[in-house]
Write a protein that binds this ligand. Structure first.
Ligand code: PGA
Length: 259
């Protein structure tokens, strides 16, 4: 398995922004700019309430749909929650799981992220599993330890067969929405470590198939250098995904980097 087998993925995490109509309008612009892109996989992840309108806009284009969270059960008495099957019903292909904001504000643990990851895979949804250290953890020299705990915790029971489907996003918490980006070298070091850990979990061949995205203030100005790194296979984009032009510029960067 060569590195070139991993097509770049640029995924937009819209977070709690844009209602159904606003989301549809942004999706329409994204489709008009990058909807026929085939060299790079592109995905937008709106809020739950905008999934249906965005789904209609991206239908028949190469822009795929993702959600930002889900529950691990398929149905039942879980007030306020949404299942993988419900997301599939709206033609979602991806779901972001274990984002640091969910861990920090909603108490998500590695065990919960693990249940969600297994449920997503069982429903044919592609999980984008987020991991990453805080500034405090980085300064204490604990990056590898934190990454290992989060990755292994999230992937209990995940097998090599899921390698093509699974996406990992390395998002240093201190770089999210702060304008501070990890240097390409800093990011690559962690991405290489993640791939090495994956090899230990699911085997070397399977580990080479898993896409590892970088997230945290990625924008058109720094994307080329990040995407040039061997083990960086795309980006999970927050702020810069809310403007069609900057999101499209990131897709173009990935196309130019050409994996
Ligand atoms: P950011 O967010 O690009 O605004 O830093 C990334 C993310 O949280 O996924």
């Amino acid at each position: 398995m060569t590195q070139s087998a991993r097509k770049y993925l640029i995924a937009g995490n819209w977070k709690m922004n844009l209602n159904a109509a606003e989301g549809a309008a942004l999706a329409k612009d994204v489709v008009s700019l990058v909807g026929s892109q085939t060299d790079v996989a592109v995905c937008v992840c709106p809020t739950f309430t905008a999934l249906e309108s965005v789904s209609q806009e991206v239908n028949n284009s190469n822009v795929q749909l993702g959600a930002q969270n889900m529950h691990f059960e398929s149905a039942g008495a879980y007030t306020g929650e949404i299942s993988a099957e419900m997301l599939r019903h709206l033609f979602c292909n991806f779901v972001i799981l274990g984002h640091s904001e969910r861990r920090e504000y909603f108490g998500e643990t590695d065990a919960i992220v693990n249940k969600k990851t297994l449920a997503a895979l069982a429903a044919n949804l592609r999980p984008i599993v987020c991991i990453g250290e805080t500034l405090e953890e980085r300064e204490a020299g604990k990056v590898n330890e934190v990454i290992k705990t989060q990755l292994e915790g999230a992937l209990v029971g995940v097998t090599a067969e899921s390698a093509d489907t699974l996406v990992i996003a390395y998002e240093p918490v201190w770089a999210i929405g702060t304008g501070k980006t990890a240097t390409p070298e800093m990011a690559e070091e962690v991405h290489a470590e993640i791939r090495c850990l994956l090899a230990g979990l699911i085997g070397e061949d399977a580990a080479q198939k898993v896409r590892i995205l970088y997230g945290g203030s990625m924008k058109p100005e720094n994307a080329d250098d990040l995407l040039a790194q061997k083990n960086i296979d795309g980006g999970l984009i927050g702020g810069a995904a809310l403007k069609a032009n900057s999101f499209a510029a990131l897709v173009e960067s990935a196309a130019k980097a050409g994996k």
